[in-house]
Write a protein that binds this ligand. Sequence first.
Ligand code: CP
Length: 360
Amino acid sequence: MDEQKEVTIQTYKGWEEFYNIEKSDKLDFFIRNGRMLDILFSQQFDRAFLDNMCLLATQIRRMALTKMGAQKLSSLLSHKRAMLYFVQPSTRTFISFLNACHILGMKISEIRGTTTSSEVKGESQEDTIRTFASYVDLIIIRHPEEGFAEKTSWILNQNKTPVAVINGGSGPDQHPTQALLDIYTLERSFRNIGGLDNKKIAMVGDLKRGRTVRSLSYLMRNYKDIKLYFVSPEIFRMRDDIKSFLNKHNIEFHETEDFANVMPEVDAIYMTRIQKEYAEAPAQESDIYPQFHFTKEHLSVIQSHCIIMHPLPRRYEIEVEVDKDPRAAYWKQERNGMWMRAALISYLFGANDHISAEFR
Ligand code: CP
């Protein structure tokens, strides 16, 4: 932490109590006028919403191909302003949200670290967020703390004119917009073989602290007969909260360290990196776990339709030689993020009907 920085901890009464409520029991709190105002965790999404967002993302992608379409899109939210508050490192989430806002014509402000805001002077994070709300219609947050985006929503929803909040990644907990773009990538990749229903997916690597695989796992309840394979070293196994959720919703999952055995079985392989930034004892995490890497030799083992995904950034998990194979889906997956995030923002502000109308 910056030596000159003093952090003020303010008490906002009622927050702890609210945070401890089961997510499925407080979904209504994030809805205004029949649509979600805040996007905070994957449990908010049902199948109809996911299908609509995938369709909308494709419509935006197609409109943006022509000058006339792009101009129409950029007029939709030209009266709205967004703040990107990214106080944990990010490349693609930040850039894709920024460009999603540009596609829709929004005006953007950004803070990319606490050292350049008045938090340096001791202003609490909560007061900082309330300050943003004085100027913008949407706050997109990347934060190292679990629950911080939800806390922001809880604080702002107590105002008469609430500001929309999107969680762009909250510590090792959730990354709901990554899960949306992952679903979009899976559905598009499998569009000629029945979509995501009835598919087998391997999630590989640091499942304990990987927020992307956690958020994606929650979404599996929306699809029929999914089988998950959690492939990880013993110390990075999926946490119990996700496993309880999957059991509750009768979603089959298997845990294993035997990646080679799982590879030929599955329709998608979702690689993740070891999340060292959350290590309690970093010195003990020098291992790069090569038995959980995907190499060019593995391309001959997987099915012809099996896609290889990764939320990126990658380190050693996927060999660069794999990129050339048509089953390597991670660069498309990254690009899909911009379209999906534009779809989501257009939905939040009720502009989605104007987009869909172009295709009637
Ligand atoms: N996938 C993802 O969240 O990447 P960034 O950390 O670069 O935003």
